[in-house]
Design a protein around this ligand. Structure first.
Ligand code: TRP
Length: 456
């Protein structure tokens, strides 16, 4: 372990950090949520807007978060406390910690589904099954409250166990080998998906934009998805940045992480939509069940599909795990740094409360969806889980990112931020562009998108 200003531990290597931050970023957001949201928002035009959001808003915000974390060497609340003492800014950190906790509670539910899918695939239940029976297997599973809770619990327990192990040991090792494997497997799925009969329609849906369908809702979806997928807006990258050393280049780290994350999301959509259109009877607006209904069909169409399928869901579960670790780590870091809790106690307590809080979300997708009837959106009934993802996974992150931009651009100050960035990257040629984005473009864009979203 290298040295840094305090004794909080540092990433063993630059590549270790990049992989761990990529591990936080890459998860269900890329493979489950991205195709789901892209499908609900019209396909190709959404994808383009998404990439724009990542480049123009996501990357600058990530650089801002990393510089905050490395400067302050603290959790999100401590970061704002130390850089703007005796002000209300610490509320931004608190909002982040709370948001992370809420996201975690629903995230492990879906992560649990992926674990169940490893087992279903291994057991051969999907082998040769037609789309209807694949659909039935899914519906039966999510309707089985006990099973869903069991996997939700297993996943949370796994997360807690790793977070108790500490930073370096736990997170760094797994990501190094497994994320590149996931990438390779996705590539394979894309190849098979686009060569299926009738795949062209799906390729068109995914790649030829129809801008007439773009509304503020679509732009909001893209922006929220970018924050969620890049793990921004709640201080996860502040926490991770706090484990970086002064000679690390924050800008290249942010670029690598964003690039890897976006590539994986793009490939996931590219695997899903051609296959979806080739299987008659499924619609891209399927929602939370989308990938669980489509992927088994692709595995059925490749040799050794059972093996590849099981491997895929295993890697997806690992990707989800490196993300839940980062969500829990933010809350735990807060309790350790601010309230002097023991790591073990903090992880156990936060994990169990997030598990309990997730129970209604877990039960809101199956036949017991009476809870979801309480809230109706204009087009469809949202399950409680959808609502948690909407309010905390989308809106709250956008609000957080907006406040982080304002803080770095105007309160802590661009000068201090640039000084921090330059300590590991002296030339930083794009400093003027970054300054403009963080001070003006990003806050204005985020504020407009948020406001229009609520007005429409
Ligand atoms: N980015 C992760 C994903 O795409 C989810 C996640 C992990 C996250 N940590 C986060 C989202 C922090 C927002 C903030 O699956």
């Amino acid at each position: 372990m290298r040295e840094n200003r305090s004794n909080r531990g540092v990433w063993g290597s630059k590549i270790g950090f990049t992989l761990a931050a990529a591990g936080s970023a890459i998860g269900l957001g890329n493979i489950w949520l991205f195709p789901t949201v892209a499908g609900q928002n019209g396909g190709a035009a959404f994808v383009l807007i998404y990439v724009g959001c990542v480049l123009l808003i996501g990357v600058p915000v990530m650089i801002a978060e990393l510089s905050l974390g490395r400067r302050a060497q603290s959790d999100p609340v401590g970061t704002f406390k130390s850089l703007a003492p005796k002000t209300w800014w610490k509320a931004v950190g608190a909002l982040g910690v709370f948001t992370g906790f809420m996201i975690l509670s629903a995230y492990t539910v879906v992560a649990g589904w992926t674990v169940k899918y490893i087992l279903i695939t291994v057991s051969g239940q999907f082998a040769g099954a037609n789309p209807e029976s694949i659909g039935r297997i899914f519906t039966e599973f999510v309707g089985d409250g006990f099973a869903v809770l069991l996997y939700h619990f297993v996943f949370m327990a796994l997360t807690v166990w790793i977070v108790i192990g500490g930073i370096e040991k736990g997170i760094e090792k797994a990501t190094k080998i497994l994320m590149p494997l996931l990438f390779g497997l996705l590539l394979l799925l894309v190849l098979r998906s686009v060569t299926l009969q009738g795949a062209v329609e799906g390729v068109t849906f995914y790649l030829y934009p129809d801008f007439s369908k773009v509304t503020f809702g679509v732009i909001m979806a893209a922006l929220g998805q970018a924050f969620f997928s890049l793990s921004l807006g709640m201080g996860a990258m502040i926490t991770y940045g706090s484990y970086l050393s002064r000679n690390d280049n924050l800008v290249s780290s942010a670029l690598y992480v964003s690039l890897a994350d976006t590539l994986i999301a793009f490939l996931a959509g590219f695997a899903i939509f051609p296959a979806l259109f080739s299987v008659s009877g499924l619609s891209p607006t399927e929602g939370a069940s989308l990938i669980f209904l489509v992927l088994p069909n692709i595995f059925n169409a490749i040799p050794l599909g059972q093996l590849f399928g099981a491997a895929f869901f295993f890697l997806l579960a690992i990707a989800a795990l490196t993300s839940t670790i980062s969500l829990l780590e933010v809350v735990v870091a807060y309790l350790i740094d601010q309230l002097q809790w023991q790591r073990k106690l903090a992880a156990l307590l936060v994990g169990s409360s997030a598990f309990l809080l997730g129970i209604p979300s877990a039960l809101s997708n199956g036949s017991v969806s009476f809870l979801s009837q309480l809230w109706k959106s204009s087009q469809e009934t949202l399950s409680l889980m959808d609502l948690v993802f909407l309010y905390f996974g989308k809106i709250s992150l956008a609000v957080g990112a907006l406040l982080i931009c304002l803080f770095v651009g105007w309160k802590w100050g661009i000068r201090s931020a640039l000084k921090e960035i330059r300590s590991g990257y002296p030339s930083f040629a794009l400093a003027p562009l970054w300054t403009f984005l963080v001070r003006y473009a990003c806050p204005v864009a985020i504020a407009i998108i948020l406001a229009s979203y609520f007005r429409s």
